[in-house]
Design a protein around this ligand. Structure first.
Ligand code: NAD
Length: 367
């Protein structure tokens, strides 16, 4: 039946969620609105077969709601596979809050967001992502227990970013071992794009090992700060993708490996913290492979943060967090070998293993 209210050319807009390109059998999408605090948020629950959907909340000034929706769809899906491949009993979820974290984030808005999270009774558990701090999660904790990444003083595991950075560093070393036959990064030129919470901690590991680190960020203040602390070189050009380098480490936002950048990339390895680095995972994973560039799958090597927050639910200690995060090295090497042996991309190899774990659990649950 067609509607006589909506014009035919607009009908496709009447199917704006399940029809999205990034929609991938997500279980539940929740739109949250509160006029008083100005909250506009979307919670995406992709899959809960392995456990409750856990994933951070991102606050970002999206250009429009389509962008926000697509981001939450892509990010929540990524969380499903991240937890699955890391061996955690967690499903995949994520939330986005539409707005400027610097000017629009208030304790009232965070508490109202927390109430929406609470209304899902634990199907979704939140944490911090871009634009969020541990303090914001503490505010959410005032209204719901379904939050991780809270301060150590109130029983949390603290800021996950240094652990994420350590995992990325481990994944990068594994990729170097695979590409160069040695995991020593001394003397290797590494471009770290985005030196926020994770990027800075990664720069520290890299400079400690003697890598030649170049940094880029949209914040001049951050660049000066990180340069003065670690002696990294600030990137002065305007096309980072065309620069000669050994390793490209995207640590800002996703989709930087795309149609425009892929043919320019000089790096031999792509390994970074950003989620969804491949704009189109089917197309760009294959193109990287054809160009002989080793890609350490993002959802595999940036799992340190989720390992850290999972400790809050499972009560394991810092030693166990570090052991699990260090193991990203072994898992990455296995995935790179697996991809090579099967003639598939590293992204697909990682995805296959994650999907198989979910399918096996589903079979078990249905017995
Ligand atoms: P952050 O907000 O602290 O840092 C992001 C940095 O990137 C900021 O300094 C920002 O100025 C910079 N930036 C933004 N756009 C840029 C651009 N176009 N070019 C260069 N720099 C740019 O975020 P974070 O916590 O460090 O996370 C970084 C990335 O890693 C995100 O994609 C996040 O989703 C992902 N990630 C983070 C964690 C974690 O534990 N924090 C875990 C897994 C994945």
């Amino acid at each position: 039946m067609t509607s006589d209210i909506i014009a035919p050319e607009d009908l496709k807009k009447a199917d704006p969620v399940f029809g999205q390109l990034s929609f991938d059998d997500h279980e539940q999408i929740v739109f949250c609105n509160d006029k008083d605090t100005g909250l506009k948020a979307i919670i995406g629950i992709h899959n809960t077969v392995l456990g409750p959907a856990l994933g951070g909340t991102r606050m970002w000034q999206y250009n429009n709601e389509w962008e926000a929706l697509n981001d939450v769809l892509r990010l929540s899906r990524g969380m499903t596979f991240k937890s699955a491949i890391t061996g955690l009993n967690l499903g995949g979820g994520k939330a986005v809050i539409i707005g400027d974290a610097k000017t629009q984030k208030t304790p009232e808005l965070m508490r109202r967001f927390g109430e929406f999270v609470h209304s899902l009774s634990g199907r979704y558990i939140t944490a911090e992502d871009v634009g969020m701090t541990t303090g914001d999660m503490d505010t959410v904790r005032e209204v719901t227990p379904y939050v991780t990444g809270i301060s150590e003083s109130i029983g949390g595991a603290g800021n996950p970013s240094p652990i994420t950075a350590y995992g990325v560093f481990m994944g990068m070393k594994a990729a170097a071992k695979y590409q160069y036959g040695s995991d020593v990064l001394e003397g290797k030129s590494v471009f770290v794009q985005g030196i926020g919470n994770v990027g800075e901690a990664l720069v520290e590991h890299l400079t400690n090992e003697g890598a030649l680190v170049t940094i880029s960020d949209i914040s001049q203040e951050r660049l000066e700060e990180v340069r003065s602390k670690y002696g990294a070189t600030i990137y002065g050009g305007n096309d980072i993708y065309s620069e000669a380098m050994d390793i490209y480490a995207p640590c800002a936002l996703g989709a930087t490996v795309n149609d425009e950048t892929i043919n320019k990339l000089q790096a031999k390895i792509v390994a970074g913290a950003a989620n969804n680095q491949l704009a189109d995972e089917n197309v760009h994973g294959k193109l990287l492979q054809e160009r002989g560039i080793v890609y350490a799958p993002d959802f595999l090597i940036n799992a340190g943060g989720i390992i850290n927050v999972y400790a809050e639910l499972e009560n394991y200690d810092r030693q166990e967090i570090m052991r699990k995060t260090e193991n990203i090295y072994n898992t990455t090497l296995e995935i790179l070998d697996n991809a090579n042996a099967n003639g598939i991309t590293t992204h697909v190899a990682a995805l296959n293993i994650a999907k198989e774990r979910i399918a096996a659990r589903k079979r078990e649950n249905n017995k």
